[in-house]
Design a protein around this ligand. Structure first.
Ligand code: E4P
Length: 217
């Protein structure tokens, strides 16, 4: 399973990429607004220049014609940009049009297997089931990820990758990997939590102390 960072924070992206474990980034309008970026184009271009893989940038207009126009504009900003389109009827229309133009789509706000199947048929490169938001609503978000992975496995011609989104904690990452998600997009805080283990820190402390006692340094 690959790891993407779910953020628009430049420092966090630089750190994640420098660790050699982050191979993509997903943003959304909320994440962009949290960072106070005023120039959407400059922000997307900057992130695309840092990340060695796909960077999802969401369309922020409504209606298929306007979404299509904005998607084409965003797609021209960088070669590794992927357009985030919501899983709606208009979104499917836009996705299938973009597919014909070889523009990659990450279909977002997915809450059902049917939405995922339709996204794949429309030609989306990625489908993003929102695990945490389903959990918040009293459903089993990770069960959806597993169901989508299982359904896609039945059909070799469905090449859409399952991108587990709305990840809230490290256990979600383990469950996404167990479920067979191709990618999990994680907040920076979760990436740090995935790295950290208290026994590793205690072990380093003890090794260094023991080394000091024999070497006298
Ligand atoms: C995914 O692409 C979304 O940006 C994100 O995972 C949404 O997460 P949230 O439900 O924590 O806002």
């Amino acid at each position: 399973m690959r790891i993407f960072l779910d953020t628009a924070n430049i420092e966090h992206i630089e750190h994640g990429v420098s660790l050699g474990v982050v191979s993509g980034v997903t943003t959304n309008p909320t994440l962009v607004s949290m960072e106070g970026h005023k120039d959407y184009r400059a922000m997307v271009k900057k992130i695309c220049s840092i990340v060695p893989g796909p960077v999802s940038a969401e369309v922020v207009v409504e209606g298929a014609p306007a979404m299509l126009e904005q998607a084409r504009e965003i797609a021209a900003w960088a070669t590794n940009v992927v357009i985030k389109i919501p899983a709606t009827a208009e979104g499917l229309e836009v996705t299938s049009a973009l597919k014909k133009e070889n523009i990659k789509v990450n279909m977002t706000l997915c809450f059902s297997v049917n939405q995922a199947l339709l996204a794949a048929l429309a030609g989306a490169s990625y489908i993003s089931p929102f695990v945490g938001r389903l959990d918040d609503a009293g459903h089993d978000g990770m069960a959806l990820v597993k169901d989508i992975v299982d359904v896609f496995k039945n059909y070799q011609d469905l090449t859409t990758e399952v991108l587990a989104a709305s990840i809230r904690h490290p256990l979600h990452c383990i469950a996404a990997a167990r479920a067979g998600a191709h990618i999990a997009t994680v907040p920076y805080k979760v990436l740090l939590q995935m790295i950290k283990h208290p026994l590793t820190d205690i072990g380093i402390e003890r090794f260094l102390a023991d080394w000091k006692s024999v070497s006298g340094k």
